[in-house]
Design a protein around this ligand. Structure first.
Ligand code: 2DT
Ligand code: MG
Length: 216
């Protein structure tokens, strides 16, 4: 592959147990084996003070009002935004496990009239805009066969089902928010091959010769 002047911003998204962590690790390794510098990130980043409050909330150790926790998730991205931009500018490709897409859909999936997709998206405006978001799509029933839920806040069948519907709503928006869908209900290797193909397609796009943009 031709060298890029800047790094790429790649996001892996999906429901719980869609295989995000596995595909994230494999994609990072492949990119590195092709000679690219790679920075691995994930959101929420539970290591910062904001991330620690999010972690406590997800584990049920603390309560948060729904708008407040939404804004904390967003703040957790904002505190990393400069780091992402700097890495990309110096030619490092940043691969993130979950980003603002999860941020929007998980909050909106709570079904509060005053917490719509639009309300949820507004605080994300201005964050680094991904070159591509690979949505690992899996039916909640197929995901369920991969093992039981953990004990965290959003790990319920009803929530997963609603999250998937809302991901489809996001994809149907005007520009699809840079999302491409990969069927994650298959063998790990098949999924990995598709993910890499999507990433390679984006590498060829004219936007890769331009500076990274912002979420509008
Ligand atoms: P992990 O299981 O990937 O650690 O995620 N979430 C995530 C939100 O509600 N808002 C966000 O902005 C992000 C990034 C998805 C923990 C849970 O946090 C949810 C699952
Ligand atoms: Mg989880």
């Amino acid at each position: 592959m031709a060298p890029l002047s800047r790094g790429m911003l790649i996001v892996i998204e999906g429901l719980d147990r869609a295989g995000k962590s596995t595909q994230h690790a494999r994609l990072c390794q492949s990119l590195e084996s092709q000679g690219r510098r790679v920075k691995r990130m994930r959101f929420p980043d539970r290591t910062t003070p904001i991330g620690k409050s999010i972690d406590a909330y997800l584990k049920g150790e603390s309560q948060q009002e729904d708008h407040v926790i939404h804004l904390l998730f967003s703040a957790n991205r904002w505190e990393a935004a400069a780091q992402i931009r700097n890495a990309i500018e110096e030619g490092t490709t940043v691969v993130i496990d979950r980003y603002y897409y999860s941020g929007i859909v998980y909050s909106a999936a709570k079904g509060k009239a005053d917490l719509s997709l639009k309300w949820a998206r507004d605080p994300e405006i201005g964050l680094p805009r991904p070159d591509v978001c690979v949505f690992l799509d899996i039916a909640p029933e197929a995901a369920a066969k991969r093992g039981g839920f953990g004990r965290e806040k959003y790990e319920t069948n009803a929530m997963q089902k609603r999250v998937r519907e809302l991901f489809y709503e996001l994809i149907a928006t005007s520009d699809g928010l840079d999302i491409c869908v990969v069927d994650a209900g298959r063998d790990v290797e098949e999924v990995e091959k598709d993910v890499m193909e999507r990433v390679k397609d984006v590498m060829k796009q004219p936007k890769m010769t331009q500076p990274l943009t912002e979420i509008l």
